[in-house]
Design a protein around this ligand. Structure first.
Ligand code: CTP
Ligand code: MG
Length: 247
């Protein structure tokens, strides 16, 4: 069973409001991007396709991949304006590599570099789930009650909290399913936008464009995405208290 990973490190982190792009900012003594890369390098995935901002490919290869001695990075490619454009570029790079080397890829994990706390346990649960389901997404049940608002900022309704999950990454799929769903998205993007459908995660691509149902997998409350400056402080605390050898 061959699993690969698409590691997303494009985007500019506008909500971080920093001068440096957030994926390159330091968390303790390592760049944020390092942590997810390290977790994937040390895992069962056999190849990593790294998606970075156009123009950053050489810098990332030298300062992050070669510097830390990562060996599983098969290609570094430029992402696009939206996260889903970056995923599609990553999948196309994987497919080019697969064809050029006559390989078979069975599974693909899609991971945000902005989530440094990817653990062995989470990766194992993803792998176990893919043994029986072609699509899964890591997440956690929400702790807050969630309200769905209308356009005027009035509460429309309150979903049953026991059924509401906040999703994280990895989001993982059978390889063929992910490639075909994302290629369909590439063809039908404008049609979806015209219908007011905004794609915000990978599972949504598969939900919207295929008949495949998606299994939720337990992540962890520490598997946060670093989005705003206060998340960096939380992340340092998580790193300080972590006992499971994240680095
Ligand atoms: N990402 C990407 N390509 C994009 C946008 C985002 O590869 N066009 C990646 C980011 O590197 C990040 C992950 O997707 O690891 C989640 O995105 P987010 O946290 O929203 O990062 P940014 O889009 O960079 O931040 P912001 O939305 O605050 O601008
Ligand atoms: Mg974003």
């Amino acid at each position: 069973m061959t699993s690969i990973a698409i590691l997303l490190a494009a985007g500019s982190g506008t909500r971080m409001k920093s001068i440096e792009k957030k994926q390159y900012m330091l968390l303790k003594d390592r760049p944020i991007l390092y942590y997810a890369l390290k977790a994937l390098e040390d895992s069962y995935v056999s190849g990593i396709f790294l998606v970075v901002n156009a123009g950053d490919e050489d810098l990332v290869r030298r300062d992050y991949v070669e510097k830390y001695g990562f060996t599983k990075v098969m290609d570094i490619v430029a992402g696009g304006n939206e996260r889903y454009h970056s995923v599609l570029r990553g999948l196309e790079a994987a497919e080019n590599y697969r064809t050029a080397h006559s390989l078979t890829f069975d599974r693909v994990l899609i991971q945000d570099s902005a989530r440094p706390f990817l653990t062995k346990d989470i990766l194992q649960r993803v792998s176990d789930t893919l043994d029986t389901h072609p699509a899964c997404v890591v997440g956690m049940p929400v702790k807050d009650t969630i309200k769905i608002a209308d356009e005027n900022g009035m509460v429309d309704h309150t979903p049953n909290r026991n059924l509401v999950w906040a999703v994280q990454t990895p989001q993982a799929f059978s390889y063929d399913l992910a490639l075909s769903a994302y290629r369909k998205l590439g063809e039908r993007e404008q049609e979806l936008l015209d219908q007011g459908i905004v794609i915000t995660d990978d599972a949504m691509v598969v939900e919207t464009l295929t008949d495949t149902r998606i299994r939720l997998v337990q992540g962890s409350y520490e598997n946060i995405k670093i989005t705003t400056p206060e998340d960096l402080i939380t992340a340092e605390k998580i790193l300080d208290s972590s006992k499971n050898g994240l680095i």
